[in-house]
Design a protein around this ligand. Structure first.
Ligand code: GLC
Ligand code: CA
Length: 547
């Protein structure tokens, strides 16, 4: 069993991490060149977003060949070199397996289109006429989830872009093909996998209209998903690797099963409920101030629930599909540093494996794009049109995109204050955040109080104090608004954590005497032995060994 409880994962969005050849696009050699930086963070694994052959309609999440490298990112030799170099630094590589769907340019899909029955059974095709799709299900990127192929007189299902056709996991041959992909990468020395939207792989046998929603209730955590994941793990021997499933709109009950110690499915799960507390009625494309009360309730429910069920959480705020947390839940102006550190502390010291998304360790903010031409993401461009059709003005639609677009998390990594932040010698494929002259690796290396150094400290605490990886959690915040506090306990060791989620000072339910305890970390200078209040966005953690 890989030691994922004491590990930290660093996520790399390859296209925006580091460009080694000046074409404006991050690449594999770019990552290899930055391994010492990654090592300096103290992380154990890097999860690299897909770099396989792809027409890139969804930036690589549309895979045309799972064993070939997209020339835009490098070669197989580059990948082997990366795995080897990372290994020398005790960093394991986790690759991103997009198994819910393939690109429509994948050979399987092409042969399906050419009429081969065998490959049509690899996908979800339904006979029909062009006027009525088989169901009213909607694509996650907007519009119908079905595309008609006139030549075949059939529709195919795509829960994402039309270029991403959903695979038919009920076909045992499909499952065997995918296991072979795992074995292939395993034999190359990969140490873990992230499975893209893996709780959507099992569709019901009979597809029906969703009278109340977009169809997700029929295929989310679908009928055979646990069985298929168990089979995949058992037949490929990945039970002893680090595996994380991305779970779309999932439930606690299912996540306990996906990640349970004895379930034989995955090491841990990403869920997104805490990242919807600023949606109005669950609609991502409407704006609302974050509901921190709801955020607290969600953390409490998932932390306590996963603990009770022996499941394991992947803890994260940021990834390539999310706007930047400091802009979203913190304050990227006056309390930029304090709030970025508080958000980090909150999740790193909870029960679960923390993920750091490139740039998060610097406190990178949302991009502040001003025109639609600056956007690249297919979902954002689709929704810009949808919002305009709903009657929003250009300015209003851009305002929503500026808070919600996945491109907010996809801006180039800010290495230094020089041209294009040191990301590329050419022209970046997407615009940088304009504040890179002050927010960048070089500047933060030089500042002992930087967010970067704070992240390093958080990661190193996990290595030093077993209670962080192994401890039981119990929330202690009572009902003080904007306060999240919790206690972790493990073999006579205890850790107490307080976080103020807001920009106002707050008073603790009762003063805490910390004189017998060791202060492990905090985002303000340490002043008192008797803590009764927290300053704006203040966080701190104290440790004690029971006598
Ligand atoms: C996941 C990926 C996202 C992608 C989608 C479809 O949510 O993180 O980037 O668009 O799956 O593959
Ligand atoms: Ca490049």
């Amino acid at each position: 069993m890989a030691d994922f409880k004491h590990s930290v994962v660093y996520q790399i969005y390859i296209k925006s991490f580091c460009d080694s050849n000046g074409d404006g696009i991050g690449d594999i050699r770019g990552i290899t060149g930055k391994l010492d930086y990654i090592r300096s963070l103290g992380v154990d694994y890097i999860w690299i977003t897909p770099f396989f052959l792809s027409p890139m309609c969804d930036n690589g999440y549309d895979v045309a060949d799972y064993r070939a490298i997209n020339p835009m990112f490098g070669t197989m030799e580059d990948v082997e070199e990366l795995i080897a170099q990372a290994g020398e630094r005790q960093i394991g590589c986790m690759f991103d397996m997009v198994f819910n769907h393939t690109s429509t340019e994948h050979e399987w899909f092409r042969r399906a289109l050419a009429g081969e029955k065998k490959y049509q059974d690899y996908y979800i095709f339904r006979d029909g006429t062009p006027d009525v799709p088989p169901t009213n299900w909607e694509s996650k990127f907007g519009g119908s989830a079905w595309e008609y192929v006139p030549r075949l007189g059939k529709w195919y299902l795509h829960l994402f872009d039309v270029g991403q056709a959903d695979l038919n996991w009920d076909n045992p041959q499909v499952r065997e093909e995918l296991k072979d992909v795992i074995r292939f990468w395993k034999s190359k020395g990969v140490r873990g996998f992230r499975f893209d939207v893996v709780n959507l792989i099992s569709k019901p046998e009979r597809l029906e209209n969703d009278e109340t929603g977009d169809g997700r209730k029929y295929y989310t955590d679908g009928p055979h998903v646990h069985e298929y994941l168990q089979e995949l793990a058992a037949d490929t021997g990945i039970e002893d690797m680090v595996t994380v499933g991305e779970m779309s709109s999932t439930s606690l009950e299912n996540c306990i099963r996906y990640s349970g110690e004895k379930s034989g499915e995955l090491s841990m799960c990403f869920n997104f409920h805490h990242l919807k507390v600023d949606y109005q009625d669950g609609d991502k494309w409407t704006l609302k101030a974050p509901d921190f009360q709801q955020l607290k309730e969600l953390f409490t429910r998932w932390q306590e629930g996963m603990q009770a069920g022996h499941g394991w959480n992947a803890m994260f705020w940021c990834n390539h599909d999310q706007p930047r947390a400091v802009s979203r839940f913190g304050d990227d102006g006056r309390y930029w540093k304090e709030s970025a550190k508080m958000l980090a502390t909150l999740i790193h010291l909870m029960r679960g494996t923390p993920y750091i998304f490139q740039g998060e360790e610097l406190g990178v903010t949302n991009a502040g794009y001003e025109t639609i031409e600056q956007y690249r993401d297919v979902e954002s461009l689709n929704y810009y049109e949808i919002l305009r059709n709903r009657g929003l003005t250009d300015r209003e639609a851009l305002h929503v995109l500026g808070e919600r677009s996945r491109d907010m998390g996809r801006t180039p990594m800010q290495w230094n204050g020089g041209k294009h932040a040191g990301f590329t010698g050419g022209t970046p494929w997407i615009d940088l955040v304009s504040n890179y002259e002050s927010i960048n690796v070089e500047a933060e290396e030089a500042d002992p109080d930087s967010i970067l150094h704070y992240y390093r400290k958080l990661v190193s605490l996990r290595k030093q104090y077993p209670v962080i990886g192994d401890g039981q959690i119990r929330f202690t915040n009572g009902d003080v608004p904007m306060l999240i506090s919790y206690e972790r306990e493990y073999q006579g060791e205890s850790l107490m954590v307080w976080c103020n989620l807001g920009s106002e000072a707050l008073v603790l339910p009762e003063a805490v005497d910390v004189s017998g305890m060791k202060r492990l970390i905090g985002n303000y200078p340490d002043e008192e032995q008797n803590i009764s209040r927290l300053r704006p966005y203040e966080c701190m953690a104290y440790h004690k060994i029971q006598p």
